[in-house]
Design a protein around this ligand. Structure first.
Ligand code: ATP
Ligand code: MG
Length: 575
């Protein structure tokens, strides 16, 4: 396995990221030579057969980003040539995702299906020029005639039909006189070409199927390869940026625009984004949804934009990530941890801190007055003084994290344990005096403590130090919430390659059975009316966001990403 992994640790905070971007260099050059009269016009061309994922974000950021950088334009175009797999639901989700990432196609929303009439005219033009013919071979026969990488293909027996016969047959194909698959329109190029794409590729196929936009108007549909380049040409695209697997298709796209004598965009290929330990093939993502391995396209474990949005990822973090990885001419695999690094960097700057206990254990402060409630000043965001402070209510009974207490602490465990004093964040120093156990199971169900009233705010007047500060939530004031703790959707895979599309192993066998843990927690009341998708840092626990299905009556929070946990590392090291 080769990886061109960018190591998260090596990304310096001081230097603004400026990774090499050879596409930018090509555009700069074209601007210098005036190749397109100083114009920069790109497009993002998804096929509406699935939801967008983080790989698409790379393409979106490139196309919209370069247009922005050079004062150009970027279109959104749906490459909707395949009536069977395309749905309006996908169109809508794609538009939502592009907007969410922060890009705007203004009035330039297009559909390849809008060009079906024009493409049909062009097909006739190529027939008249003797460059296209109707072929009666079946799909299987066409494959057999195609040859191999070392042997030339065989010419179709229908290749030399007269222009008149071709025009007549193509017209009758359009009228619906022939069944699906019985005939195709093919370009007449070169059956001996070393490039398979040039061996008389199919331009049109017969398919009696309704299309999400053109309805039943057509029963013949242009192939993607006959549509894509001409669509770019119609839209006046200057730089047609696409992924590396289309490099071999470029000569064909060039051939079509040259034969037709229309505007010639420059196609430039770049590397597809692959990420460690996830899948980015639409086919596989669809399978996860259809087989119920996840709760839908926007399941927060999915690498789809709708999934990671619901999980709490910010568009800023994604744009930053896409800028940092740059583009290259060889496919590799990027470490997922780099994406998380970019995410934490952004969330750290912008998310409000709150105290939430994900796995609560009750703590009673024996010498605290029964009815007293104190409002403790808590800092909303230490990275952003303008975010101010809030009041966190404190009382005699609180909850702390179960893992912040150990009856028998191991070495180097400095949190609460019998006889040990710790700081309650923003409140007091407390000392554990005893525990209450469930007589049946022996499990600790309550921790008893005393507090030092002289330490309000968390500091002792005599200057004594405590080694640990833990968070808490007042039992009388805290709200119940459901914490959805997400882990990797897949178990580690050391056999992953850069060519995910052709990895035929059963990827569902690697699904992580523990990708979702659900806990019932307690959270401070300040979050009660937070809007869905509001992002927080739960102090000491991780970054969380309000789930889209959360309500003030039933709060649900998704864990976006954990904080770096030095204790866990230490624990691992010391075994
Ligand atoms: P399909 O197999 O259905 O064609 P696709 O992933 O190529 O799947 P498209 O809808 O064709 O999906 O993609 C739209 C654009 O996004 C294309 O220009 C494609 O090159 C780009 N793109 C798709 N996946 C990635 C990826 N992993 N990294 C970078 N760009 C991508
Ligand atoms: Mg594609």
């Amino acid at each position: 396995m080769s990886t061109n992994a960018v190591d998260a640790g090596s990304v310096s905070k001081q230097e603004p990221p400026r990774p090499s971007n050879f596409i930018r260099d090509i555009i700069l050059d074209d601007l210098k030579t005036g190749k397109y009269g100083g114009r920069v016009h790109t497009r993002f061309p998804p096929e509406p057969n699935g939801y967008l994922h983080i790989g698409h974000a790379k393409s979106i950021c490139l196309n919209f980003g370069l247009a922005q950088e050079f004062g150009g334009k970027c279109n959104l175009r749906f490459d909707d040539t395949n009536p069977c797999k395309e749905e309006t639901e996908y169109v809508e989700s794609i538009m939502e995702d592009v907007r969410w990432l922060g890009f705007d196609w203004e009035d330039r929303l297009f559909y390849a299906s809008d060009y079906f009439d024009q493409l049909y005219e062009w097909a006739i033009q190529l027939i008249k020029a003797g460059k296209a013919y109707v072929c009666d071979l079946t799909a299987e026969q066409i494959r057999q005639y195609r040859g191999t990488p070392t042997e030339p293909g065989k010419e179709s027996p229908y290749r030399n039909r007269s222009v008149e016969e071709n025009l007549d047959l193509f017209e009758r194909m359009r009228k619906g006189e022939f069944p699906d698959g019985s005939r195709t329109l093919r370009s007449k190029i070169d059956m001996a070409s070393p490039n398979f794409n040039m061996r008389d590729p199919v331009m049109y196929r017969i398919l009696h199927a309704d299309h999400h936009r053109t309805g039943s108007k057509w029963c013949i549909y242009p192939m993607y390869d006959f549509t894509h380049g001409e669509s770019d040409s119609i839209e006046g695209i200057t730089h047609s940026i696409c992924t590396l697997e289309f490099e071999d298709h470029r000569p064909l796209y060039d051939w079509y625009v040259e034969q037709l004598g229309i505007h010639h965009p420059q196609q430039i290929e770049f590397d597809r984004l692959n990420l460690t330990n996830t899948v980015l093939s639409k086919r596989k993502l669809l399978q996860l949804v259809e087989q119920g391995h996840v709760a839908g396209w926007d399941d927060p474990r999915m690498p789809t934009l709708s999934g990671i949005r619901r999980r709490g990822y910010s568009p800023e973090a994604i744009r930053n990530f896409c800028g940092r990885i740059g583009v290259s001419k060889t496919n590799g695999i990027i470490e997922y941890s780099l994406l998380e690094h970019c995410l934490r960097e952004d969330l750290n700057l912008r998310s409000a801190r709150v105290m939430a206990v994900v796995d609560p254990i009750r703590v009673v402060i024996e010498n605290y007055p029964d009815d007293l409630v104190e409002e403790m000043d808590a800092v909303n965001n230490p990275e952003d003084p303008a975010a101010g402070t809030r009041k966190a209510p404190f009382s005699k009974v609180i909850y702390i994290e179960r893992e912040d207490f150990r009856e028998n602490p191991p070495k180097q465990y400095y949190r609460l344990s019998p006889g040990r004093e710790v700081r309650l964040r923003y409140a007091y120093l407390i000392t554990c005096t005893s525990v209450v156990k469930d007589p049946a199971t022996g499990e600790v169900v309550e921790v008893r403590c005393t507090y030092d009233p002289a330490t309000r705010g968390g500091n002792a007047p005599d200057g004594r130090k405590v080694k640990s500060t833990i968070h808490w939530v007042s039992a009388a004031h805290g709200l119940d919430f459901e914490a959805r703790l997400y882990n990797e959707l897949f178990l580690p895979d050391d056999k992953a390659t850069e060519d995910e599309e052709n990895d035929t192993r059963d990827f569902t066998a690697r699904l992580n059975p523990n990708s979702l843990e659900v806990k019932q927690g307690k959270i401070e009341p300040s979050v009660q009316t937070a809007a869905p998708l509001t992002r927080y840092q739960f102090e000491r626990v991780g970054y969380f966001c309000v789930d889209k299905d959360s309500t003030p009556e039933k709060l649900i929070f998704n864990r976006t990403v954990g904080l770096k946990d030095t204790w866990a590392k230490l624990e691992k090291k010391s075994g």
